[in-house]
Design a protein around this ligand. Structure first.
Ligand code: SAH
Length: 225
């Protein structure tokens, strides 16, 4: 094995070890995370940290989540092969890519048009054809595509948004961080039953806030020549 291959194999082994030691034990989730190269979703100076178990900055002042948190959230969501999943908060697209290997179709939305555009390019490059992404305010969900088997929110709201609860199928699961944006939040799992919703608290987490409305900050407008 040549040196670069060896480096890659070692990095991948360390990456998977970090996931397991943080409690990611579901074989399907580990397999998906082994197959999706996080390096494809991190740009510029942070690219070399792509295989470290830490959140990293992406464009528009947002972050790509820590891999072990992605693993734990995916595991809690327990996506099934025939499921249609909604992700709120596309960000880099990494989480959506993992989900795309585990279910039939993934809808993912972000309020930053630029992030959606860049994530779409990566999905295309990796041949992930079952991800449909939109620039939209995800706090309202996607009424036209609802209901969903699973909903994953990767930005923190103070409470589970009503429209998302309403767009969950009976028997469906939603995983989301809740709490004030400047404090430690709690990751919760909501299961919709015939008669209502069951809530389970999973662990403390820290996410960027779920912000209402589309973002207008597309960065500085390029100047003409
Ligand atoms: N899942 C991402 C990380 C998400 S960071 C990944 O794998 O890289 C949280 C994202 O939520 C940010 O990109 C932010 O723009 C987005 N976001 C915040 N509020 C939103 C809203 N109301 N609707 C859609 N996206 C939102």
């Amino acid at each position: 094995m040549s040196r670069p291959d060896q480096d890659h194999a070692e990095r991948l082994m360390r990456f998977l070890f970090a996931l397991r030691s943080h409690g990611v034990t579901d074989a399907r989730v580990l397999d998906a995370m082994e197959r999706i190269d996080r390096g494809a979703f991190v740009k510029g100076i942070f690219a070399e940290r792509a295989y470290d178990d830490m959140p990293l900055p992406i464009a528009c002042g947002q972050t790509i989540s820590q891999p072990s948190v992605v693993g734990l959230m995916t595991q809690a969501l327990n996506p099934q092969a025939r499921d249609t999943v909604l992700e709120v908060g596309t960000g880099s697209g990494y989480q959506a890519a993992i989900l795309s290997l585990l279910c039939r179709r993934v809808y993912t939305v972000d309020r930053h048009r630029r992030l959606v555009r860049e994530a779409q390019e990566v999905f295309q490059r990796l041949g992930l054809a079952n991800i449909i992404s939109f620039a939209a305010d995800g706090s309202f969900g996607l009424p036209d595509q609802a209901p969903f088997d699973r909903i994953l929110v990767t930005a923190a709201a103070e409470d589970a948004p009503g429209p998302l609860l309403a767009q969950l199928k009976i028997g469906g699961i939603m995983v989301l961080p809740v709490g004030q944006s400047d404090a430690v939040q709690r990751l919760i799992k909501v299961t919709r039953t015939e008669t209502g919703y069951e809530y389970e608290e999973l662990r403390p987490v820290r996410f960027v806030p779920l912000v209402e409305g589309m973002a207008s900050d597309e960065g500085p407008t390029p100047r003409g020549p």
